[in-house]
Design a protein around this ligand. Structure first.
Ligand SMILES: Nc1ncnc2c1ncn2[C@@H]1O[C@H](COP(=O)(O)OP(=O)(O)O)[C@@H](O)[C@H]1O
Ligand SMILES: [Mg+2]
Length: 523
């Protein structure tokens, strides 16, 4: 006969028996909102409830994402922007520090602006502001990025020369209208005009502290030197046209250093904030614009940047800010402690975990899970508007991303005859990754092997030599007629295909018992 006995068990064990306690997850009605008006992210870890994000119940639409390199932050951002565009037609503006979104934005048909590679932003563009207001912003940026605050006389001289530069171009400093009496649009000055004004003052020889003047000129020159005058030419970037064209990537990777990148980032945020205020609220559902700052720690940690203003005011204008960083302490507290949602991917360092746990107040169980996450797994913290009786931090099994379209290439150069080369026959053929995967599956290849083949492309910069590719498929047991039909479908001529197979036979005979995968990796 059985006997009942009481034993002491840990809370954690008890918690895993979800018949006894409610699990650390919000109830389904907070997770599964109207799919036509929310963004699907993934399923919760314990009850597998599909989590659809909206900012309806949280304090604001802004998002922080933290996690070590490779944990899946940028992947999440891409997935999120894709779905926001689909569900709400949300536009996105990515301030892309390292140029890591460039390829993806191109693939999705968005617009890439590469500063430092032929695109310019005039720092003195007004973006709809009065010159006086814009001058204050420019000086504030200089204060953040240089030590000008320690030299009040140089600051004053610079400010005065910028004012003069606007006046010389026909602007009134406290006037928002930027047309002259004849109704013609005025062209703003550039930093080169400012430099000239300072130099003329020096030449006139009447100013009593020439050393201060010389230093001011030196400061401005850092932004006007030939080849580094990205902010000292008339803008080639029309901001007005960039906020409602879908996905825009401002690629800063071509700029020479962090100061230039931060200058571009700060200025963009200033313009975006002005635009936000000028546009006001509209009846559009969801979000109008998402501004992304990924790994832009130099501006994300700055309490004086306009990212903070967007966080304060964004909700009422349907503007959202997304900040991603490997280091949570590099995100200004004014941003971090005020965002409505935080996605925590894998975090390893104890001091970062301490910081997150103290700020967001989650359990030790959660902390332990966070330090063990695999790629794409995360904890979500939501700051609900009203007090809740459930855990505001919960685990997702995995961020269920959009598989991005990706092209693979087969190089056929090695099999072309001299005549074919002279005739200008194509040297590479491309196809879509998923096309290959689907095809391989229809040939009866197991999923794991399909992934192995795809990963070889990935390792070789998405290019494989066609002969190696054919040998590889044969080794996986695919019959020649099937291989032939695939090669034909991607556009390779019959005559070239014949050459490919004879070269393959020749190569195999010389390979002995070496593994083709090894041969490919060594190529
Ligand atoms: N949720 C996910 N599902 C599948 N693959 C993912 C997921 N998250 C990230 N990855 C893959 O992991 C790699 C690293 O992700 P990435 O977003 O670049 O990391 P991070 O920006 O945090 O450094 C990428 O190759 C990406 O495609
Ligand atoms: Mg990243």
């Amino acid at each position: 006969m059985g006997r009942l006995e009481t034993t002491a068990i840990f809370n954690r064990e008890l918690a895993s028996r979800n018949i006894f306690v409610s699990p650390p997850e919000p109830p389904a009605e907070f997770l599964m909102t109207d799919p036509g008006n929310s963004i699907f992210i993934g399923r919760t870890k314990i009850l597998h409830v599909p989590f659809h994000w909206t900012f309806k119940d949280v304090t604001n639409p802004h998002i922080c994402i933290v996690g070590i390199t490779g944990s899946g932050k940028s992947y999440f951002v891409k997935t999120f922007l894709t779905r926001a565009s689909f569900v709400w037609e949300t536009n996105a503006f990515i301030i892309d520090w390292a140029g890591e979104y460039k390829e993806w934005v191109k693939q999705t048909g968005g617009k890439v602006i590469s500063l430092g590679k032929g695109s310019y932003i005039n720092l003195l563009d007004l973006g709809g502001m009065k010159p006086n207001d814009r001058i204050k912003q420019v000086i504030r940026s200089l204060g953040i990025l240089t030590d000008i605050e320690r030299y009040p006389e140089q600051k004053r001289l610079t400010e005065q020369s910028i004012e003069q530069a606007y006046i010389d171009k026909g602007f009134k400093l406290s006037d928002q209208k930027q047309v002259n009496k004849a109704g013609k649009t005025l062209l703003p000055p550039t930093l080169k005009d400012v430099q000239r004004i300072l130099e003329e003052k020096l030449e006139a020889g009447t100013y009593e502290f020439p050393a201060e003047l010389e230093n001011s000129i030196y400061r401005v020159k850092q932004f006007t030197r030939e080849g580094e005058d990205f902010f000292a030419e008339q803008s080639t970037v029309k901001l007005d046209e960039l906020l409602n064209v879908g996905l825009v990537d401002l690629d800063l990777s071509g700029l020479p250093d962090e100061v230039f990148r931060a200058m571009a980032g700060l200025s963009m945020l200033q313009f975006l904030k002005e635009k936000m205020r000028a546009e006001g609220w509209s009846s559009q559902k969801g979000l109008k614009l998402l501004v992304v700052l990924d790994e832009a720690w130099k501006i994300a940690k700055e309490d004086n940047s306009d990212a903070v203003m967007i966080v304060r005011e964004g909700r009422k204008y349907q503007f959202g800010l997304i900040v991603a960083s490997q280091n949570p302490t590099d995100i200004s507290e004014a941003i971090f402690s005020n965002v409505g949602t935080t996605f925590i991917m894998r975090v390893k360092f104890e001091r970062f975990l301490d910081y997150l746990q103290n700020s967001l107040n989650f359990s030790d169980y959660m902390r332990d899970e966070i330090s063990k996450f695999g790629v794409g797994q995360c904890a979500v913290n939501m700051a609900f508007q009203t007090a809740t009786r459930f855990s505001e931090t919960f685990l997702l099994e995995k961020i269920e991303g959009e598989e991005p379209l990706q092209e693979y290439f087969l190089d056929v150069e090695s099999v072309l005859t001299p005549q074919e080369r002279r005739a200008g026959m194509a040297k590479t053929y491309s196809f879509e990754k998923n096309e290959l995967k689907n095809r391989l599956r229809t040939f009866g290849i197991e999923d794991q092997k399909v992934e192995e083949i795809a990963s070889l492309f990935q390792k070789k910069n998405r290019h494989l030599d066609v002969v190696s590719f054919v040998i590889l498929l044969e080794r996986y047991g695919i019959a020649r007629p099937n291989i032939t039909s695939f090669l034909k479908d991607i556009g390779i001529d019959d005559s070239v295909i014949i050459n490919i197979f004879s070269k393959a036979d020749f190569t195999i005979s010389g390979m002995g018992d070496r593994d083709i995968t090894q041969v490919i990796l060594e190529e």
